[in-house]
Design a protein around this ligand. Structure first.
Ligand SMILES: O=C(O)CCC(=O)C(=O)O
Length: 314
């Protein structure tokens, strides 16, 4: 194995820089004629797709890295389509192992496996384990409403809420639970939820995402999609109590689903796959300009639990 990696020389021409995978300042000493910016951290704006990664290293998006010492530092490719139109961009965030994304009038952070499989498996189990039913084997959809209230969940008090739709009380197409710091009720879609006190599992997850979101979350709405027939309709998290530009930390366990963003003014859509362990942070003006939903996916048969951490300001 080579002590440094060299992409083929044609890839090192400036106009082909996006074919180069990774650049290690130290290892490129002596190769200044190959990489004109060697010896100093390149200015990312001069090289589209290039992302500084802290002292001495930088990474260039591309696909021709040779097989060498650094194969574990493979280029990270965003696992979904992001338009290349003006206002859209993505860069790898080495610190938090995810992508910082800019979209017109909004910011996102996406880490596909922010929680590793062990943490994610345990979280799903923690939210569904109970003293009465085998959570994996139970057909939760078939369970009658009255029976849900008889299930003794160990950690989460799930409920089946209903709201008024077209003058008629309708059950939500999912179960939910609300946990948080204070006893201030939170109202959304005409539904008022009273938070239950935090438990260890939720606090552990919250502590892990506070840092990356750079806020101190004080409440969480949990949604349990029993299968692909459960869904969340179009809405924005723009309640007054969340302040002007809410930061929302959305954590996902269980079945993979699509999280869809739709621009309010021109209906442009962005489909973001959220999986077992994915963290998605929404911030900036996003809630004013975009709505989001989790559409039905009838071929998805397994439980999914989503937690949207929020900061209630009032
Ligand atoms: O389940 C999801 O991913 C979305 C949840 C959501 O939109 C919300 O809680 O406001």
């Amino acid at each position: 194995m080579s002590p440094y990696f060299l992409a083929d020389s044609s890839a090192l021409k400036k106009d082909k820089l996006d074919n180069v995978r990774c650049y290690f300042e130290g290892f490129f000493e002596g190769h200044t004629k190959i990489l004109s910016f060697s010896g100093e951290t390149p200015n990312p704006s001069a090289f589209p797709g290039l992302k500084t990664m802290g002292s001495g290293t930088a990474c260039i998006q591309g696909s021709t890295m040779t097989d060498d010492l650094f194969t574990d530092l493979q280029q990270k490719d965003l696992p979904f389509f992001l338009p290349s139109a003006s206002g859209y961009s993505s860069s790898w965030n080495e610190n938090y192992q995810g992508f910082d994304l800019a979209i017109p009038n909004g910011e996102l952070f996406y880490a596909e496996t922010f929680f590793d499989p062990k943490e994610s498996d345990r979280s799903l189990e923690y939210f569904l384990e109970n003293d009465t039913n085998d959570w994996r084997a139970t057909d939760w959809r078939a369970l009658e409403r009255e029976q849900l209230s008889e299930v003794r969940f160990k950690n989460i008090e799930w409920q089946h809420d209903k709201l008024m739709m077209y003058g008629k009380e309708t059950y939500l197409p999912r179960y939910s639970a609300w946990y948080g710091d204070s006893d201030k009720p939170y109202t959304y879609s005409g539904l008022t939820l009273h938070p239950k006190p935090w438990n260890n599992g939720l606090l552990t997850i919250k502590d892990k995402i506070n840092d990356v979101a750079d806020v101190e979350f004080n409440s969480v709405l949990m949604n349990w999609y029993r299968d692909g027939n459960d869904y969340m309709g179009w809405h924005a998290d723009d309640e007054k109590s969340l302040g002007l530009n809410p930061v929302i930390g959305s954590v996902n366990f269980g079945e993979a689903r699509d999280f869809v963003l739709r621009r309010r003014d021109n209906a442009e859509k962005l489909v973001i796959p959220v999986k077992h362990g994915t963290l998605l942070v929404m911030r900036g003006e996003l809630q004013h300009f975009w709505e989001h939903s989790v559409p039905k996916r009838t071929k998805r048969n397994h439980d999914r639990i989503n937690l949207t951490f929020r900061v209630i300001k009032l």
